[in-house]
Design a protein around this ligand. Structure first.
Ligand code: IPM
Ligand code: MN
Length: 356
């Protein structure tokens, strides 16, 4: 198979982990006889520094012309405590989602058995958890009108959803539930929000088309509690942009570490694959970041954008083997991990490539 992949490392540890993600793609191509070509582009803080724009036109052009995008992270602490900054790395991310029509964000919460002890949740509650989140990614309070009024003394962000937007993400979630445990939980705040009432209406209207799927509706506050209390009761979850942002960070603890979670953003054109963790400037440059989320993102890329199931599985089982052999990066190590099994980013990459 011939494919062109764009690598967008972005900021902070994005640079370090994406290097490993790419190395894995190179290895897979070699092993399975594919011809992957690569290009690289700037986004986020590094793009602002170079061009003044967090998503330069040149990057967007390269994105449109590639078959899939392996993405790192964007962000820089310099903006976090400066609410007045007019240009911010995150604007590039939001613009990319909108421009590429990436309305569906898939966040699989997959728990590797070896990491049962790495979570702050008790193992007997966690064991067997396997959740797939569908977070809507191009609507909601993220993209509605926002501004200031009353002489700058009041601020507002408008949440908006159209029937069409809810329907297309809900459909994707129903379809996915079909290939899994056949249970779909739609999360909203329909007791308060009008957007949520529309959301629930649309999901209820679709349900008869999927008689094989058991549909449940939960309010977001209850769902947040239930995720920790009994994560096994969830199979596929579909929710709005902001709720999905928050719930998936929470759910990352089910997998032991943010450093293990991959995501796929898909929709109208080129798919984007990225870790759910951020740029982590506190550990940037130290070479200790866990590259497995980027590696698992590469696995999602092969599966979803290219339909290469076997190749994708080969990556996942290599990760599995690495963990079974006792290796850990710092974030997933515990008091019982022997010092010689603790790997830095580069070593984790090398050990992984050996197992593919
Ligand atoms: C995410 C991130 C982004 C979001 C930020 C960086 C804008 O937290 O991808 O989950 O809120 O969507
Ligand atoms: Mn987030």
């Amino acid at each position: 198979m011939k494919k062109h992949i764009l690598i967008v490392p972005g900021d902070g540890i994005g640079q370090e982990v994406t290097e490993v993600g790419k190395a894995v793609l190179v290895k897979i191509a070699e092993k399975f006889g594919h011809e992957f070509t690569y290009d690289e582009a700037l986004m986020g803080h590094v793009a602002i520094e170079a061009t003044g724009n967090p998503l330069p036109d040149e990057t967007l052009e390269k994105m449109r012309n590639s078959d899939a995008i392996l993405f790192g992270a964007v962000g820089h602490p310099k903006y976090d405590n400066d609410p007045t900054a007019k240009v911010r790395p995150e604007q590039g991310l939001l613009k990319m989602r909108k421009e590429l029509g990436l309305y569906a964000n898939l966040r699989p919460i997959k728990l590797f058995d070896e990491l049962l002890g790495a979570s702050s949740i008790r193992p007997e509650i966690l064991k067997g958890s396997d959740i797939l989140f569908f977070r809507e990614l191009t609507g909601d309070i993220y993209f509605g009108e926002k501004g200031r009024k009353n002489d700058n003394n009041t601020a507002y962000d408008i949440a908006e959803y159209s029937r069409y937007e809810v329907k297309r993400i809900a459909r994707k979630a129903f379809e996915a539930a079909r290939t899994r445990g056949k249970r779909l939980c739609s999360v909203d705040k329909a007791n308060v929000l009008e957007t949520s009432r529309l959301w629930r209406e649309v999901v209820q209207a679709l349900a008869p088309e999927y008689p094989d799927i058991t549909v449940e509706h939960q309010f977001v506050d209850a769902a947040a509690m239930m995720l920790i209390k009994d994560p096994k009761r969830f199979d596929v979850v579909v929710t709005a942009n902001l709720f999905g942002d928050i719930l998936t960070d929470e759910a990352s603890q089910i997998a032991g570490s943010m450093g293990m979670l991959a995501s796929a953003s898909v929709g109208d054109s080129t798919g984007v694959y990225e870790p759910i963790h951020g740029s982590a400037h506190d550990i940037t440059g130290k070479g200790v970041a866990n590259p497995l989320a980027s590696v698992l993102s590469a696995a999602l890329l092969l599966d979803i954008s290219f339909g290469l199931k076997e190749e994708s599985e080969a990556i996942i089982s290599a990760v599995d083997k690495l963990l079974k052999d006792g290796f850990r990066t710092r974030d997933i190590a515990d008091a019982t991990t022997p010092a010689d099994k603790i790997l830095n980013t580069q070593q984790a990459g090398e050990e992984l490539l050996k197992r593919i």
